[in-house]
Write a protein that binds this ligand. Structure first.
Ligand code: ZN
Length: 196
C-alpha cells in the first residue's frame, strides 16, 4: 500500500502496517541542507550562491516495515540533483544523487548502538518524525566536500589537461635527452676522471 506524502509521519505505526510513503519535495524545503550548500559557495558571489541548489526536487520512496528480528526499519531510495558550484572553474554544475536508504528506527542514540551494522540509525524520540528531516539527514551526508566537474566536462579542467599533456611531453623529451647523459659509460668515464 502506498501513501501520498504528508510531512509528519509515525514511523513505528507505518512499520507495523508495512506502509510505503513516496512523493516529491522541493529541495528549498530542506532548510539546513540549503544553508550548508550555500555556505560552501564563495561568499563574494551572493547571486550565484542564491541561485544554486534550491530549485531542485527530491524524489523519494520509503518503505516502512518490521525486519526478521522484529525491529522497525525503513528502506528505499532518495534522489535529487544538487546545483553546486564547481570549485575548479567556479561555474554551476549539476550533481545528481541517488541514495539507497536503510535505517533502523530507534528511540534514542543509546539504542542505536545495538543496531546491526547494516543499518544506520533513525532516531525517533517521540512518535512522529518529518519526512523532510529524514531526507535531509541522508542528503547532507551525500553532499560532496568539494564539488568539481569531471575533468573532461570542466572548462578549466580542459586547459589543465592540455597543460599536463604539454608537461608530460616535455618531461618525456627531457627524459630522452637526460638518458643520453646518464649513459653508464659516460658515468664511468666521469668517475675515472675524478680519481686522483
Ligand atoms: Zn568546472
Amino acid at each position: 500500500m502506498s501513501d501520498r506524502f504528508t510531512d509528519s509521519v509515525e514511523p513505528i505505526a507505518l512499520a507495523t502496517q508495512g506502509r510505503t510513503v513516496e512523493g516529491k519535495i522541493p529541495l528549498a524545503d530542506l532548510k539546513r541542507l540549503g544553508a550548508l550548500a550555500r555556505s560552501s559557495q564563495s561568499l563574494d558571489d551572493e547571486s550565484k550562491g542564491a541561485s544554486c541548489e534550491v530549485e531542485g526536487i527530491v524524489e523519494f520512496t520509503l518503505c516502512f516495515d518490521i525486519d526478521e528480528g522484529g525491529a522497525p526499519r525503513v528502506g528505499g531510495n532518495v534522489s535529487t540533483i544538487f546545483r553546486l558550484q564547481c570549485q575548479r572553474c567556479m561555474e554551476d554544475m549539476d550533481y545528481p544523487v541517488t541514495l539507497n536508504v536503510r535505517l533502523g528506527i530507534v528511540p534514542s542514540r543509546e539504542a542505536a548502538k545495538s543496531l546491526p551494522d547494516s543499518y544506520d540509525p533513525l532516531v525517533v524520540s517521540g512518535n512522529e518524525i518529518s519526512i523532510a528531516s529524514i531526507l535531509e539527514d541522508e542528503l547532507i551526508l551525500a553532499l560532496p566536500i568539494v564539488a568539481m566537474h569531471e575533468i573532461e566536462n570542466c572548462s578549466l579542467g580542459k586547459t589543465l589537461v592540455n597543460e599536463s599533456d604539454k608537461f608530460t611531453q616535455q618531461a618525456e623529451q627531457e627524459d630522452l635527452s637526460s638518458s643520453g647523459r646518464k649513459n653508464p659509460f659516460a658515468v664511468l668515464a666521469q668517475l675515472k676522471k675524478n680519481q686522483p
